[in-house]
Design a protein around this ligand. Structure first.
Ligand SMILES: Cc1cc2nc3c(=O)[nH]c(=O)nc-3n(C[C@H](O)[C@H](O)[C@H](O)COP(=O)(O)OP(=O)(O)OC[C@H]3O[C@@H](n4cnc5c(N)ncnc54)[C@H](O)[C@@H]3O)c2cc1C
Length: 459
């Protein structure tokens, strides 16, 4: 990279925030997806809004590909830079600017860690529901750019449902303001709607206004244990069909249960064929009523037993174990491929059966867990990428999983985004017209194609 340009970047972000060493650059060459790393030419760490905007403008002036990076936990290759490009870190832009208890919103910088924000909000008796499994490290900017979901998506929705406003830099470094701090706002185009889930390809978030809600006064969690996987998956559909919407309705197959128990010693029943982890919340009377209904339904559907958490500590232990599922599975083999195929909820039993069939057909180990209540499963293939023959079968199995999900009326990604990993499948789910329309939007807003090139719609 031209020395003069590096000097320019040093002036903007400070010498200490320009990283050129190969070791530093290697740190930002990959993310949580199983894809080849790409070394960026330079890593920059702006510490102010002004510096962030100036960095974007400079990259555009010089035609330098720019990939913004929060915590790098995305599972779709969203932060793998382009060769010769720049990685821009947001971890110094980490202020919670305001938590407004009267109007129920908060304004944050993009590098704020999700769990820190949720805790700060909770300390004021308020609630920010989106809780990706990675929340201990993921950033709110990354959550918005991926439209992240989490365990509470079934009742409370996903990140998109909490974004009231966004301030972002366009490719020229001009600040664009979308949305407002009001409950209702129909002023201008819904630019926030376009930017949420845009994976860093259309603009760079500078400030995010998030909706807060009152903390539900009561909650109750339970674990339903099944000796038959089909019965567990049919119970998911039955709960929804009975018009009960728990906060959380998670599924774990036997392989995942054993891996998690080995990892977290939470007291999970390792002989169960499958588990459902369920939580209901709301007014105490309603919670009691819903919990009783769910428990009765689980038994009716064939659960061997239903354990109701007796206190908050027992409840938290179960959820911590569930959040550890991916980490636990990833200890089993060198390579972990976590998929995100999502189907209409009534199709969960069919999807789970198909994943089992696919594992058998391609002779692979697949642990399945996930947010079954919203149709979002995480079939997790445990493999070793160095084994060429097995890797070839993994690729075929991934194709088969996507084909099955689409044939059941589902979608490629419920929450992990498309990134690089799934861009080649996008047209299969949508249409040629969708691809052309999306590419026209990208070309109009980023004519040189410098904003996170290759993600979502390819190049
Ligand atoms: C163990 C584990 C569990 C997970 N569980 C869940 C889960 O339950 N639900 C879920 O949805 N996901 C989950 N994920 C995936 C991942 O954590 C989410 O996608 C998360 O939102 C990424 O946040 P991040 O800060 O790591 O973003 P990064 O990975 O750094 O970036 C993600 C995308 O956001 C863009 N981006 C980041 N900051 C900005 C910004 N300021 N402006 C514009 N674009 C920006 C990046 O360019 C990239 O395209 C999990 C991942 C792991 C490893």
């Amino acid at each position: 990279m031209m020395k003069a340009l590096i000097k320019e970047f040093e002036k903007v972000v400070g010498k200490d925030n320009v990283f050129q060493d190969e070791t530093d650059r290697a740190t930002y060459s990959y993310d949580a997806a199983v894809l080849e790393p790409v070394l960026p030419a330079l890593v920059l760490r702006p510490t102010s809004s002004e510096a962030l905007g100036r960095v974007v403008a400079l990259c555009n002036e010089h035609g330098l590909p720019l990939t913004v990076r929060g915590a790098g936990t995305n599972l779709s290759g969203g932060t793998i830079p382009k060769t010769g490009g720049v990685v821009v870190l947001t971890n110094a832009l980490n202020r919670i600017i305001e938590i407004n208890e009267g109007d129920l919103y908060a304004v944050v910088e993009p590098g704020v860690v999700t769990a820190k924000f949720a805790a700060a909000v909770e300390a004021k008796g308020l609630f920010y529901p989106p809780d990706p499994g990675s929340q201990a490290v993921s950033t709110l900017g990354g959550n918005v750019a991926e439209n992240a979901g989490g365990l509470r998506g079934l009742r409370y929705g996903v990140t998109r449902d909490y974004v009231m406003g966004l301030e972002f830099f366009d490719v020229n470094g001009d600040l664009v303001k979308a949305g407002a701090r009001t409950v209702k706002c129909v002023t201008g185009y819904n630019l926030g709607g376009l930017l949420v889930g845009s994976e860093g390809t259309l603009g760079v978030f500078d400030k995010i206004t998030l909706k807060l809600i009152p903390m539900p006064p009561a909650k109750k969690a339970m674990m339903a244990i099944f000796s038959d996987m089909n019965k567990a998956s049919e119970t998911v559909s039955a709960i929804i069909a009975h018009r009960i919407v728990p906060v959380t309705l998670e599924f774990m197959d036997n392989f995942t249960i054993r891996a998690v128990e080995d990892f977290s010693h939470a007291g999970l029943p390792v002989d169960a064929a499958a588990l459902l982890l369920i939580e209901v919340d709301g007014h105490p009377v309603q919670v009691e009523e819903d919990a009783e209904k769910v428990e009765a339904l689980c038994r009716q559907m064939g659960a061997m037993s239903v354990r109701v958490a007796q206190d908050a500590a027992e409840r938290d232990k179960v959820w911590e174990a569930r959040r550890a599922a991916l980490s636990a599975l990833s200890r089993v083999k060198p390579t972990t491929v976590l998929e995100d195929a999502t189907v209409p909820r009534s199709k969960i039993p069919a999807m789970i059966r198909s994943i089992e069939d696919i594992a058998r057909e391609y002779q692979l180990t697949i642990g399945t867990f996930g947010h079954a209540g919203d149709g979002n499963l995480h079939p997790t293939i445990l493999t070793d990428k160095r084994n060429k023959d097995e890797w070839h079968r993994v690729e075929s199995a991934i194709d088969a999983i996507f084909d099955k999900a689409l044939s059941l009326g589902g979608t490629l990604s419920g929450e992990h985004g498309i990134g690089l990993a799934k861009s080649r499948y996008l047209e299969k789910e949508t249409s040629r017209g969708t691809m052309l329309y999306s590419r026209r939007i990208k070309a109009a807003l980023d004519p040189k194609g410098i904003l996170n090139p290759g993600k979502i719609i390819g190049e």
